[in-house]
Write a protein that binds this ligand. Structure first.
Ligand code: KIV
Ligand code: ZN
Length: 388
């Protein structure tokens, strides 16, 4: 079976930047956009041009420097939004307008105070109007996760007729279970006329911690674009994490899906976004957290030292981390202590190790983590130098 590519649509600079207190300036956005482009991202959502002069400027400047990726600007299904986005994207080599409207009952009644027919009319107008500026028009059905499938299919069919090239099916509130989201994509594939000519996109939020699982379920059911952010940052609990999607396809080759992302850049990219936004990455974050390749319990350390694969499903080098770390704590065993002692220059015999280990445990009970300097100190205080 042929492997199929899943396009990576990065929205770190749009949905990701909606994190409270984490605003980026244009210069920072340009640095990130250039790195995303170099890393193999297919689409960079650069901002929401009508939202502020600063966002307009960022989208416009990013459009000038991005060499390979499609540059995308978000709009509501509003004429002026689309006109402004088109102006901001005018220098892009591959411009895309991303327009859309809420389709769930909740959005139709409470947010937009209108009727389903009016939603379809506005959606069709927006796509057709965007199409007067650019060939590549993505339509989002906001809150598709909670939208009735039959109505969603009608909306999709109409916007395809109006010229949409990509259909974004957002689980805006992060509500769906993976099998439900996957079935939604399957339903659309089977019930929307013309859908074979467009790309289906997953845009999942993480309110219940299922954004990545839902995106993967979408891809397994036929979606060929995933919208995500570096470190999974974004509104509320965030978006699907780019690094997770990339590594899931690598680690599960039988899915026959791949991305063009150079995974070796993931770790550095994570740091760049975290530093630029002043937003720390949780230590246990999959792939890029500081503990993602750190082993601290004796049982795990012993296994990893004997063979990395006992407790690691991927090589840290694959994601740009130089090596796994063996953290010395009171739960570490002799194998870990010997391993770390060797790294700082001490090849301990079995007898020496037994002696040092007793001192090490006393130390480790006081300190949370025993560092390289501490190891020197413990070994030197153990008066072993002559025997070493
Ligand atoms: O979550 C969402 O529905 C969105 C759309 C604007 C694409 O971010
Ligand atoms: Zn979103």
């Amino acid at each position: 079976m042929n492997r199929e590519k899943v396009q990576i649509f990065d929205t770190t600079l749009r949905d990701g930047e909606q994190v409270p207190g984490c605003k980026l300036d244009t210069k920072q956005k340009l640095v990130i956009a250039e790195r995303l482009d170099g890393m193999g991202v297919d689409v960079i959502e650069a901002g929401f041009p009508v939202s502020s002069p600063g966002d307009f400027l960022s989208v416009s400047e990013i459009s000038k420097i991005v060499k390979n990726a499609t540059v995308c600007g978000l709009t509501r299904a509003v004429k002026n939004d689309i006109d402004v986005a088109a102006a901001a994207l005018k220098h892009a080599k591959r411009p895309r307008i991303h327009t859309g409207i809420g389709t769930s009952q909740s959005h139709i009644i409470h947010k937009l105070n209108t009727t389903p027919e009016d939603i379809i009319a506005r959606a069709v107008f927006a796509v057709a109007h965007a199409k007067t500026y650019v060939e590549d028009v993505e339509f989002y059905a906001e809150d598709a996760g909670r939208t009735d499938n039959a109505f969603l299919a009608r909306v999709c069919e109409e916007v395809i007729k109006a010229g949409a090239t990509v259909l974004n099916i957002p689980d805006t509130t992060g509500y769906c279970l993976p099998h439900e989201y996957g079935e939604k994509i399957k339903y659309l594939k089977e019930n929307v006329k013309g859908i074979e000519n467009v790309t289906i996109s997953c845009h999942c939020h993480n309110d219940l911690g299922m954004a990545t699982a839902n995106s993967i379920a979408g891809a397994m059911n036929g979606a060929r674009q995933i919208e995500c952010t570096i470190n999974g940052i974004g509104e509320r609990a965030g978006n699907t994490a780019l690094e997770e999607v990339v590594m899931i396809f690598k680690q599960h080759p039988y899915l026959n899906l791949y991305t063009d992302i150079d995974a070796k850049q993931l770790n550095e990219m994570s740091r760049l976004v975290s530093d630029s936004m002043g937003m720390m990455v949780q230590p246990n974050k999959a792939i890029v957290g500081s503990n993602a390749f750190a082993h601290s319990s004796g049982i795990h350390q012993d296994g990893v030292i004997k063979n990395r694969e006992t407790y690691e499903i991927m090589d840290p080098l694959e994601v740009g981390v130089n090596e796994s770390s063996i953290i010395l704590t009171a739960r570490s065993g002799r194998a870990a202590l010997a391993y770390r002692a060797k790294k700082v220059g001490y090849e301990l015999t079995k007898v020496q190790l037994d002696l040092v280990y007793v001192e090490f445990l006393k130390y480790a009970d006081i300190k949370k983590e025993v560092m390289d300097d501490d190891i020197h100190q413990i070994i030197e205080a153990s008066n072993l130098q002559d025997d070493l």
